[in-house]
Ligand binder design. Structure first.
Ligand SMILES: Nc1ncnc2c1ncn2[C@@H]1O[C@H](COP(=O)(O)OP(=O)(O)OP(=O)(O)O)[C@@H](O)[C@H]1O
Ligand SMILES: [Mg+2]
Length: 311
């Protein structure tokens, strides 16, 4: 049966580089994936693997060296029309990791939440703006009177809610949540996750959820991509990835997840990923292979044979 799901975001062979032209540093190396409308897509990898860079390339903060980003069928990386830029600026929003540093300390919540509405071309009356701020604050479980306060008056969880309100006020279709709960107390994390999932249900939002460990994304993501040093090494539906992790880096990440059983936890072996294990050469190069429908892995032919045995 043909796949009827709409691809809201398509990242095709995307490369992002920093540094000078002479000495470029490749932060994202030929990454490809797509995100279906309404799904939560997880992007997982260790610090410095390029997760935020992918998010920022999609939202047009970082220029791309090659490849394409399509949003709702239209290419949005590289030069685009002013009209499309406005559309994308509204429809794609980002939520950040650290609610302590991502909010402007000197601005009141009222301004922080509605900043995006001041974009050129949007004519909104003061009364309308205030109404929208009140609504956005209510939508994330905060009181409208918080609008006149400053960010430092809030707890971490409340600040993250302010960050979410700031995104929601734009009525986006797609939200890039960059480690939205990593900096929060464990007790607050579930609340923020529940809020995100409730908002998704109510508004049909699509999420790119960035995290550095697999345990967080397991239950909230439909599909997960694992990234290592700028390269996506494996991508599958969440359950499939946990049932059949193939790439040694994915397996190492999985081995790091804490287990509820203390005896199992004490006896478990942490796997360490050594990129030298691949023995790649001119004749034994890795490719992006679909080993099962929807399950992709970066593997050489030899590795593919080994991985098939594991399925
Ligand atoms: N603006 C920049 N200029 C130069 N190098 C950068 C820039 N932003 C990121 N990098 C580099 O690109 C690589 C990927 O960084 P990125 O922030 O995307 O990683 P990450 O996976 O989000 O890590 P973390 O989990 O720590 O947030 C890193 O080596 C980083 O140092
Ligand atoms: Mg990051």
């Amino acid at each position: 049966m043909p796949d009827q799901r709409k691809k809201l975001v398509e990242v095709q062979d995307l490369t992002v580089q920093f540094g000078s032209r002479r000495h470029p540093f490749t932060a994202v190396d030929h990454a490809s994936f797509h995100i279906y409308q309404g799904e939560t897509f997880g992007l997982v990898g260790e610090s410095g693997s390029g997760k935020t860079t992918i998010g920022r390339a999609i939202i047009r903060i970082h220029p791309t060296a090659s490849g394409k980003v399509l949003f709702d069928g239209k290419q949005i990386n590289g030069p685009i029309s002013r009209e499309l830029d406005r559309e994308v600026t509204r429809r794609i929003q980002m939520i950040f990791q650290d609610p302590m540093s991502s909010l402007n300390e000197r601005a009141k919540v009222d301004y922080i939440v509605s900043e995006g509405l001041y974009a050129p071309g949007r004519k909104i009356s003061e009364a309308q703006r205030r109404e929208m701020v009140d609504k956005a604050l209510c939508d994330v479980g905060l009181l409208p009177e918080f609008a006149s306060r400053f960010p430092h008056e809030f707890s971490g969880g409340q600040r993250q809610r302010i960050g979410i309100a700031r995104a929601l006020i734009m009525e986006p279709d797609f939200i890039i949540a960059d480690e939205p709960i990593s900096a929060l107390d464990v007790s607050i994390r579930a609340q923020v996750l529940n809020l995100l999932s409730q908002l998704q249900k109510e508004r049909g939002l699509t999420y790119l959820f960035i995290a550095h460990d697999l345990s967080v994304v397991r239950f909230i993501c439909d599909r997960i991509a694992v990234i290592h040093k700028g390269k996506i090494v494996e991508l599958a539906e969440s359950e499939e990835l946990f049932a059949h992790p193939l790439h040694p880096y994915t397996r190492a990440l999985l081995s790091a997840i804490p287990q509820p059983d203390p005896i199992a936890e004490r006896n478990k072996k942490l796997l360490v990923y050594d990129p030298a294990c691949h023995r790649y050469s001119e004749t034994n190069r890795p490719g992006w292979e679909e080993i099962l429908p929807g399950h992709f892995v970066l593997a050489s032919r030899e590795e593919l044979e080994e991985y098939r045995e594991l399925l």
